[in-house]
Design a protein around this ligand. Structure first.
Ligand code: FAD
Length: 416
């Protein structure tokens, strides 16, 4: 690897992967640091994504192919950046690689999971099912390699070591720390869903069949906990009536005062998922305003035209548990100046995007805004932000922004 003009990218979602590919394909050396055991970020958890409503494989696989073929990108998964010091052109970076206990000899044959006696909550499926303690992070994982969640392992067990004929399991694997020098840094750390437990009137933690929009993506996906059948969690009943609650936490001074810009489209996309499985399903969408920028207006019009979709402008005041697992909604209808009382099978809270850095003061030595984002005005010479690390946006905008930030990172590298 060429020591001159290396670029560090923090975060391996669609934004970080795009930045890394764009910079490296013009010959720059890139170090991509991702904190989880796989690249892909939030997009890998979607059933489909707009504008084309294709599965995540259609975008991610092409990028992974480009990465595999590229000698200029070094990927460190399960890793974190401990510190960035110095100035543009000569940053010193400390990186920690946490052990996965499975090395590069892994061929993902799955024999280890057959013998593993322990289980863990499956974060990829939003905790709705379990995996063995040795697991593949998801079917599209990059690298396609198993990982062991050691705290959940049965004490003293080494059955996976005996079952692996490739010698890929190393229970003694240690933390590694190393230092690198880079000329520029791109922060692409993305987002997490706003914690719906904070919305006490909306029943997320108290009413069994109230889920959030990430859970909706996972239960709609064939690789999800219900193999793609939209079933409500409490009794696995196929969903016939469903309500979506927009701005669950967003545009609310007590939670996220900003608009996440994607949640309306997210719920409109989810109505398509429901109608594909059950064209007779009754769907209600409670909204403050429907915000679908630019070309996405057509998508709203199509969903609005569906005969079983009713869009109600008004805030939901309360969600509570009804009989037989049903969910009760109380809301206002500001167009008709009436109160609405509904009983549905399941409710999806359209929670917004919160910066994955919220709660931290800094990343790579630069300040974050009060919500944990790195907007353009907080960027410094040689340190840039891309995608949702900057502000809540869709995949297309993230990709465009990341391509621009790759160019800025290259320009810093060239000047030094
Ligand atoms: C319900 C819902 C549905 C959506 N559906 C669509 C859709 O259909 N179409 C569309 O265009 N957009 C959609 N979006 C928006 C889409 O998710 C984002 O545009 C996209 O995820 C942005 O990618 P990103 O790489 O910036 O962030 P992320 O996908 O969040 O990736 C960030 C990566 O950085 C890693 N990371 C975080 N912190 C660190 C750290 N400190 N060190 C190292 N790594 C770190 C994370 O593990 C992750 O891998 C949807 C959003 C929601 C809420």
């Amino acid at each position: 690897m060429n020591n001159q003009g290396k670029i560090l990218v923090i975060g391996g979602g669609i934004s970080g992967v795009t930045t890394a590919i764009e910079a490296s394909e013009v010959g720059k050396d890139v170090i991509l640091v991702e904190k989880t055991p796989t690249l892909g970020g939030r997009v890998s958890g979607f059933h489909q994504y707009f504008p084309k409503l294709c599965p995540p494989t259609c975008g991610l696989e092409i990028n992974y192919k480009r990465l595999r073929a590229n000698p200029h990108v070094q990927v460190y998964t399960n890793s974190e950046v401990l510190s960035v010091t110095g100035d543009a052109g000569e940053f010193k970076v400390k990186v920690r690689k946490n052990p996965t206990f499975v090395n590069e000899k892994c061929v993902a044959c799955d024999h280890c999971t057959d013998v593993c006696p322990s289980e863990r909550s499956n974060d990829f499926n939003a905790g709705m099912d379990k995996t063995k303690s040795i697991f593949l992070p998801n079917k599209m994982a990059y690298p396609p390699r198993y990982v062991i969640d050691r705290p959940t392992c049965e004490t003293g067990c080494s059955k996976c070591v005996d079952a692996c004929k490739y010698g890929a399991i190393d229970l003694e694997m240690q933390v590694q720390e190393f230092e690198i020098e880079v000329t520029s840094v791109v922060v692409a750390t993305g987002w997490k869903p706003y914690d719906a437990k904070n919305l006490t009137n909306l029943g997320f933690s108290s009413v069994p069949n109230v889920i959030n929009n990430i859970m909706m993506e996972r239960i709609s996906s064939v690789s999800g906990p219900t193999k793609g059948q939209i079933l409500r969690p409490s009794d696995q009943k196929p969903v016939e009536t469903i309500a979506f609650v927009q701005c669950a936490g967003s545009r609310d001074e007590n939670h996220l005062p900003y608009c996440s810009s994607i949640c309306c489209l997210g719920s409109l996309k989810h109505t398509k998922y429901v109608l594909e499985q059950n064209p007779d399903a009754k769907i209600y969408i409670f909204y403050i305003d429907i915000r679908t920028p630019g070309k996405y207006e057509d998508f709203v019009a199509k969903v609005q035209a569906e005969k079983n979709v009713r869009m109600i402008k008004g805030k939901v005041a309360k969600i509570s548990e009804g009989e037989n697992g049903n969910v009760l909604v109380e809301a206002e209808d500001t167009h008709n100046l009436t109160k609405v009382h509904l009983e549905v099978d399941m409710i999806v809270l359209a929670t917004g995007m919160e910066s994955s850095l919220r709660g931290q003061e800094k990343i790579a030595g630069i300040e974050l805004d009060e919500y944990g984002f790195v907007p353009a005005e907080l960027q410094k010479i040689g340190i840039f932000s891309a995608g949702v690390a900057k502000r809540p946006v869709d995949v297309n905008s993230s990709i465009q922004d990341s391509t621009g930030m790759a160019l800025k990172a290259i320009q810093t590298a060239l000047k030094n």
